[in-house]
Design a protein around this ligand. Structure first.
Ligand code: NOJ
Length: 568
């Protein structure tokens, strides 16, 4: 009897062991497919799409989801593994979608939920992940939650936003300034209180201290995961919490572009409480093998580390915007920033352009060698250890084209801040698909004008030209997807005193790659004797123009790129 019982126990034990091992292996392969022990988002190349400006399928002058679906083959061919779509939810479009009035639907301007599901299905067929932009800090003032909140002091959603009495008649509760100009407090006569808005008054801040807000927002992420989304880019996470005592921010000397006194946002940004929220969002994300990308404006790597969380339990990909503050082609400055982020506690995330900042083509371009410099930048951020997030149009060398007259400005901050702050229209112009009128974006007049450079920089022409910026991006991206050193290898800076050439090694177990980037307008010859590290001379994998290696010497044309295979 006893023996039979112990046999049964043994069998149960073996069954449990086999089952748990099987489950563990499945769970691991779900989160770490393919190469080494990295997760899918560490090997993926991300691509930001500003949906208003990508492709217009119904020819109303504004891009849409069907337009994006029609370009999936282009994206696949380019080497994109995940698209981050800037907000496409119902919205009054005051901040072009960053003012959401319903988190669980699609704005009719972009299509329907069925269009989204179709986009997700078509993307999945091609192995492309979809990342949505989750506007976590605020809603639109037209969201049902806010409409109810403002209706009375006792309404169900009153405490979903931040309402306070003024200091005295006509005086807001404290000195906090909105990032988009003016006081961050808006008086509402219906209930005689002020509500808080870090951005426009039409973007009231949610009160994340209220558990009901947290539950509702977490449920939004679950809802989209069930629609096939692979993660979120979290908008403006720095601003989630505010000091409940509403302590005045320290005032700094000078005025900002809107004429407001400058302030240190000590009491309304980067409060420690936000990390608990991020840990919660991450827990939900982990249930779906999803990724969280953060819009994280950090002052240094110590701050960036906070966003990865202890033991990497917050954001997998907080963007390192400090990289975008290196605003000149300076090997020393890039070296410093790369070393800093390479030593961070999580996986690096590289961005060189997005819908809020001047395109990299203009930030680094000297007006004469912009195409070479665009290739140089691709050679840099697509070969570093980390995940790159591209911005639409960067791969064809799109130029920032800001409005020249105030009356043409669409972005409200450009109208309030003109002429010091011209707004962000310049980096949001329609994607340049071909040379036809409206650059193949739409047959109707686009919501923003197509830049004249569409004649020289467009997908159709650049696909035919083996020397184009686009062809170079494709080559580097192809290499990045297949070369283990570029996917997984360590980063080691070389020739750290070279003032013209930025160079480094990427070394994995089986492969090693040398990257040399000439950041100067003159030809450079660099001696790489890597024998002490156990490598012989490099064999070209991808290079621009006449850049080449002969023995230990790499010759780089002005702004040239050389990426070479090293063997032992
Ligand atoms: C950051 C977004 O990138 C920007 O475009 C937007 O205006 C603000 N957050 C407010 O949501």
């Amino acid at each position: 009897m006893r023996q039979a019982a112990s046999r049964i126990l043994m069998l149960v034990f073996i069954f449990c062991l086999v089952f748990s091992l099987h489950y563990k292996v499945r769970a691991q392969s779900a989160s770490k497919p393919g190469v080494a022990d990295h997760s899918w988002w560490q090997h993926a190349v991300f691509y930001e799409i500003y949906p208003r400006s990508f492709a217009d399928s119904n020819n109303d002058g504004v891009g849409d989801l069907k337009g994006i679906t029609s370009k999936l083959d282009y994206l696949k061919d380019l080497g994109v593994d995940a698209i981050w779509i800037s907000p496409c939810f119902p919205s009054p479009q005051i901040d072009f979608g960053y003012d959401v009035s319903d988190y669980e639907n699609i704005d009719p301007m972009y299509g329907t939920l069925a269009d989204f599901d179709n986009l997700a299905a078509e993307a999945r067929k091609r192995g492309i992940h979809i990342i949505l932009d989750f506007v976590v800090n605020h809603t639109s003032d037209q969201h049902q939650w806010f409409l109810d909140s403002k209706s009375s002091r006792t309404s169900e959603h009153r405490d979903w936003y931040i309402w306070r009495d003024g200091k005295s008649t006509g005086r807001p509760p404290n000195n906090w300034i909105s990032d988009f100009g003016g006081s961050a407090w808006q008086f509402d006569p219906t209930t005689n209180q002020y509500y808080y808005h870090y951005f426009y008054p039409q973007q009231p801040d949610l009160n994340w201290r209220n558990p009901a807000v947290k539950d509702a927002m977490f449920d939004v992420t679950r809802w989209w995961y069930k629609h096939g989304v692979s993660g979120f880019r979290l908008d403006a996470v720095d601003t989630l919490f505010e000091d409940p005592n509403l302590t005045d921010n320290p005032v700094l000397p000078g005025k900002n572009a809107f004429g407001d006194p400058k302030e240190a946002n000590r009491y309304n940004t980067k409060l420690p409480e936000l990390h608990e929220t991020l840990r919660g969002l991450r827990k939900v994300a982990d249930e779906y093998n999803a990724v969280l990308i953060g819009e994280t404006w950090t002052a240094d790597i110590a701050e960036l580390n906070l966003y990865y969380g202890q033991g990497n339990n917050e954001l997998q990909l907080p963007m390192d915007f400090l990289f975008t503050t290196v605003n000149k082609l300076s090997p020393a400055d890039f070296r410093k920033q790369i070393a800093a982020v390479d030593s961070a506690s999580g996986w690096p995330t590289f961005v060189i352009s997005n819908h809020d900042i001047v395109r990299s083509y203009d930030r680094y371009g000297d007006g004469q060698h912009n195409d070479q410099i665009a290739k140089l930048m691709a050679g840099l951020y697509l070969t570093l250890r980390g995940t790159p997030i591209m911005y639409y149009g960067e791969e064809i060398g799109m130029k920032t084209t800001p409005p020249t007259r105030k009356e043409d400005v669409k972005d409200p901050i450009g109208r309030t801040g003109w002429p010091k702050e011209k707004g962000r229209d310049g980096e949001r112009t329609p994607m340049q698909w071909d040379e036809t009128s409206n650059a193949g974006f739409s047959t109707a007049k686009p919501w923003l004008p197509v830049p004249p450079t569409a004649q020289t920089h467009n997908v159709a022409d650049e696909l035919k030209d083996p020397d184009s910026v686009l062809s170079f991006y494709k080559k580097v991206l192809k290499l990045r997807h297949t070369n283990k050193a570029l996917l997984d290898g360590s980063y080691t800076a070389l020739n750290q005193n070279d003032q013209n050439v930025l160079s480094y090694l990427r070394v994995s177990k089986d492969q090693a790659v040398l990257v040399a980037l000439n950041m100067s307008g003159a030809q450079q010859k660099v001696n790489f004797d890597l024998s002490a590290r156990g490598f012989s001379s490099a064999k070209s994998l991808v290079a621009t123009g006449k850049s080449e290696a002969k023995g230990n010497v790499v010759t780089l044309e002005p702004y040239g790129v050389f990426i070479g295979q090293l063997s032992k």
